[in-house]
Design a protein around this ligand. Structure first.
Ligand code: GUN
Length: 291
């Protein structure tokens, strides 16, 4: 068997056209504020691509750059100011923050209605609970779900295995799959019997940050594999799955690059647009109420 590629680049491009039309219909452009502490080159690259995509969509973006030794108070002051700024509809704090900073305290300062990353504890709590709806869902897992849906992969009753349990990807991904009625297992570096668990999975989401970690021989024939990994190696960018062996076994697989990466970015834009739409609705209501 040779897999069908899930083309994240093409799916993101079609969503981009839908978003462009919606942005153009707003009274003023949505605004995304990004905050980067320090000078990690990969983080700089991600931030640049976010700003480029904002410009392509007719959205505004502003960037706050702080030095690697910025204090907790300095970072919090920037976030507090953005929380009050009506032009910043969405706020993104690029993670990871330097180790001396308290990430939890910084993220909690992002107002719920501007939390386009979905990392505020209240949004995470709502995502974890039955019958509750977060304002925003974290962008990478949201992008993975969109790829599964657009590829027609059945989710109800499917056995899904999420490899990795990070706050940014693994944990929210497992919660979203659970909401979609998949039977979800999270595996991680301490898991015993990984092969047995992987061998039963209809859906595998690989988000462990280890190059070529999952091989085709470990997988159930006909499964769907979503590869979240972006690992820089001597032979270039590779995912968390060994693409050549996995594509012999899986029915669907995402490539790296061109799979999940473009979806993460476009989900951020979708969340920012949603934040702006809500803020304009609130303003309209307030104006109506005042008149
Ligand atoms: N670092 C790696 N991925 C992400 C993400 O989705 N959002 C933020 N804020 N930081 C990240």
């Amino acid at each position: 068997m040779s897999s069908q590629l899930i083309d994240g680049k093409a799916i993101a491009a079609s969503i981009k056209e839908e978003l462009k039309a919606q942005v153009a219909s707003l009274p003023s452009p949505p605004g995304l504020a990004t905050v980067l502490v320090g000078d990690d080159p990969a983080s700089h690259t991600y931030i640049r691509s976010k700003h480029r995509l904002c410009a392509d969509l007719g959205m505004q973006s502003l960037h706050h750059q702080l030095p690697a030794d910025a204090t907790q108070e300095e970072v919090e002051a920037v976030v507090r100011q953005l929380a009050e700024d009506p032009g910043a509809h969405g706020i993104l704090i690029q993670l990871p923050l330097p180790a001396h900073l308290d990430e939890e305290r910084v993220l909690a300062l992002v107002p719920l209605e501007k939390d386009v990353d979905g990392f505020h504890p209240v949004n995470v709590g709502r995502l974890a609970m039955k019958g509750r709806r977060p304002e925003f869902v974290p962008c990478t897992p949201a992008g993975c779900m969109r790829l599964l849906e657009r590829s027609g992969v059945p989710l109800k009753g499917a056995r899904a295995v999420v490899v990795g349990r990070s706050n940014i990807v693994g944990l929210p991904m497992a919660l979203l799959l659970n909401h979609a009625d998949a039977t979800v297992t999270i595996v991680h570096s301490r898991t015993v019997g990984l092969d047995e668990i992987l061998g039963q999975a209809d859906i595998v989401v690989a988000a462990i940050g280890k190059a070529n970690f999952i091989r085709g021989e470990q997988l159930k024939p006909g499964c769907c594999v979503i590869d979240v990994g972006i690992n820089r190696t001597d032979s270039g960018l590779v995912g968390d799955v060994d693409f050549e062996t996995v594509r012999q076994v899986a029915a669907h697989v995402t490539p790296v690059p061109g799979g999940v990466g473009p979806m993460t970015l476009i989900m951020l834009m979708e969340n920012t647009l949603k934040a702006a739409q809500k803020s304009f609705q609130v303003r309209e209501l307030q104006a109506g109420g005042a008149g």
